[in-house]
Design a protein around this ligand. Structure first.
Ligand SMILES: *Cc1c(COP(=O)(O)O)cnc(C)c1O
Length: 347
């Protein structure tokens, strides 16, 4: 149940999460669909996300760190968890004891895995993002000899844009991967799924859009919001023309203003980038954020809603596309920045 006595309520919609995964699975055609649950399930709580997606039929989960994998092994069999950052010195023992599968990203990691006795692994090829993975110049056939590769991965740099780089990476992935033996190939993130079947291979790996992110505009209408935020009104004031609001007087009333102070701030993940820009709703009325967002508080202009009272709960606009446009933050940052101080309820 939602505890509306908490000053901030973060409602996470299980049905929307599962519906998004199913929609992405459908868009992935004949490819199987996994889930990126790194960064604690993009801030929403990896265990809760994984439980729901496992029950929906998802079997391939991606985290970045071994510590993230460790939090999931009591929930699902470890063989279904891939660790994207791979193995550093000392991680081999962790990998062995957990049973999660490393994504090997460098020739050094490949050799370390072989020396440790090998076993099932995944391999990341870098086809042009030039961030992490075995580059074309490093991917000589001898390197992979004797490896038991389940998933051969690569990652797109600009799938959210219509640029030549997508085709260039695709061609590179076809070329390099054709000579490496593996069980499955995986290329597309959320945005990559929308680029068409050629990009799907055997397994897709959406993250953002599971959680309601609109990775490409074609997804709006298909992907549903998962995160809803309510914050409590702590105080209502009537201010005069010319009075300043909040730190550094970043807003000054140009007329008499009825203000409402809400119990939410950047420590809750509601970023300072929403200062003088964020939007909060009371029924059909939009109340703009005025002044700077503080750590625990923000002020909105409630002049249009005389019925608003101290103790009321307002809906903080966290529609990822709109909130992203307003704040200049990426949808990824909006999700992963959410903090655990809020009362979180999955419905
Ligand atoms: C984060 C990540 C994904 C998911 O990407 P989204 O853009 O969130 O869908 C897929 N693959 C890799 C390697 C990643 O790091």
């Amino acid at each position: 149940m939602i505890d509306y006595n908490s000053p901030i309520c973060l409602r996470l919609d299980s049905h929307a999460l599962v519906s998004n995964w199913k929609a992405l699975a459908k868009l992935s055609g004949s490819a199987v669909t996994g889930a990126a649950v790194k960064a604690d399930g993009y801030g929403l709580g990896a265990p809760q996300v994984v439980k729901r997606l496992w029950n929906a039929g998802c079997r391939d989960f991606f985290v970045a760190h071994w510590a993230e994998a460790a939090k999931l092994v009591d929930i699902i069999p470890p063989g279904h968890i891939a660790v994207l950052n791979g193995i550093g010195e000392g991680d081999v023992n962790m990998a062995r004891s957990l049973g999660a599968i490393p994504v090997l990203n460098t020739p050094l990691q490949v050799n370390a895995w072989k020396e440790a006795g090998g076993g099932q692994c995944h391999v990341m090829l870098d086809t042009g993002i030039n961030r992490l993975g075995i580059g074309p110049e490093q991917a000589h056939s001898g390197l992979f000899e004797g490896l038991d590769i389940d998933i051969l991965l690569s990652h797109l740099a600009s799938a959210d844009e219509d640029v030549q780089q997508n085709q260039t990476q695709l061609k590179c992935f076809y070329q390099i991967s054709s000579s490496i033996s593996c069980k499955r190939r995986s290329f597309a993130n959320s945005a990559g799924i929308m680029l068409g079947d050629k990009y799907h291979f055997d397994l897709t790996r959406p993250g953002l859009s599971l959680y309601g992110g609109i990775a490409r505009s074609e997804m709006s209408g298909i992907i549903k919001p998962v995160v809803y935020i309510k914050a409590k009104v702590l105080q209502i004031r009537e201010l005069n023309r010319g009075e300043p609001i909040g730190y550094n007087a970043a807003y000054r009333c140009t007329e008499p203003v009825r203000t409402a102070t809400l119990a939410i701030g950047y420590a809750d993940g509601y970023a300072r980038a929403f200062s003088n820009k964020g939007q909060v709703w009371f029924g059909g009325y939009m109340l703009p954020v005025i002044g700077k967002v503080s750590m625990d508080l923000l002020v909105v202009d409630a002049s249009t809603v005389p019925l608003l009272h101290e103790g009321d709960l307002l809906d903080v606009d966290y529609d990822l596309q709109n909130a992203g446009a307003v704040s200049g933050l990426s949808q990824y940052e909006l999700l992963t920045g959410l903090s655990k101080r809020a009362r979180i309820s999955w419905t």
